[in-house]
Design a protein around this ligand. Sequence first.
Ligand SMILES: Nc1ncnc2c1ncn2[C@@H]1O[C@H](COP(=O)(O)OP(=O)(O)OP(=O)(O)O)[C@@H](O)[C@H]1O
Ligand SMILES: N[C@@H](CCO)C(=O)O
Length: 357
Amino acid sequence: MASDSFTIKTPCSSANIGPGFDVIGLALSMYLELQVTIDTSEATSDQPLNCRITYEGEGEDSGDISLDPAVNLITRVALYVLRCHDQRSFPVETHVHIKNPIPLGRGLGSSGAAVVAGVLLGKECGRLDHLTPERLFDFCLMIERHPDNVGAALFGGFVGTYLKPLTPEDVARTEIPLSEVLPPAGGVDTGMKPPNPPHGIGHHIKFPWAAEIKAVAIIPEFEVPTAKARAVLPSHYPRPDVTFNLQRITLLPAALGQSPPDPELIYLAMQDKLHQPYRQTLIPGLTEIVESMTPVTQPGLLGVCLSGAGPTILALATSNFDEIANNIIARFKKQNIVCNWKLLEPAEGTQVIRAQQ
Ligand SMILES: Nc1ncnc2c1ncn2[C@@H]1O[C@H](COP(=O)(O)OP(=O)(O)OP(=O)(O)O)[C@@H](O)[C@H]1O
Ligand SMILES: N[C@@H](CCO)C(=O)O
């Protein structure tokens, strides 16, 4: 087998867009990149699992991202895919250089991007050409169990994601603890084969997106781990709140696909009562920010929501991006929270790029 090099490019994503909790995802133009080289001129490797990781980007200085392939989320996910196909480690000698501008734990789908990129890394390293995008989605869903971020990062664009009913045996398989799916972090290889995903766990549908609409992401400097932001949600909801979200989710895909965009309709369609009100306990100023700016008071604005599990705020707009961002930054500043911001656009899904021979 000849030496190989390729790049995996995966977009960040914003989940929910207001009412679409665990359903709606939007891939956005900030990309996790894996630059991969497999050098087969070496017969053996002195690297653990035959893989050397280097990293640049978010969390680089704090050491938040492990360079051990048995610990790093991306390479553990790749190993899961490889081991489901009876390959215990990476090919000799694999180098993965990770370039990651996606801020960690901020609601821009850093973990979803890492999972999708890891699944593609496993596919490419294992030469598993038979794995279709739909099958790769099954592998993603064994790890990140809500489909919105991984669906957007894998397929790109503005997507609705959903799970179809599975047999009780398959449901049980999708609920196997993550510790039994992913190789143990830094642990010894027991030789056990991990559970293969059931077929057809998740599905997606692409919605149109009006070209005029851009996404302003206002990113606070503190992290909110998704697990913590899910733990504050109730297990039961008042019926009027569920009806409220159902009414808005009916509008959202049509409203964001219509050109020219209708600010009043989009603003209405982005309201939520199922997750944002509960998450304000973790994100000071959230309710005030979401409620205080409207298309009437802020020209160019279409709607404001929490991005994913937060703390990033996503403002959809057609113009005046600086002014909208600075207004939200000023509101966070009153809570002593420092932010930066980025202007993003809808992005294509994950690509594997090989240089022309
Ligand atoms: N490029 C990466 N390499 C390795 N691990 C990563 C990478 N990106 C994210 N992670 C892991 O995922 C964690 C963040 O995931 P978390 O689900 O809490 O937030 P998020 O995905 O950024 O936000 P959200 O799910 O709300 O969009 C990081 O702390 C890190 O452990
Ligand atoms: N739908 C998820 C997205 C974050 O990963 C949530 O809001 O918890």
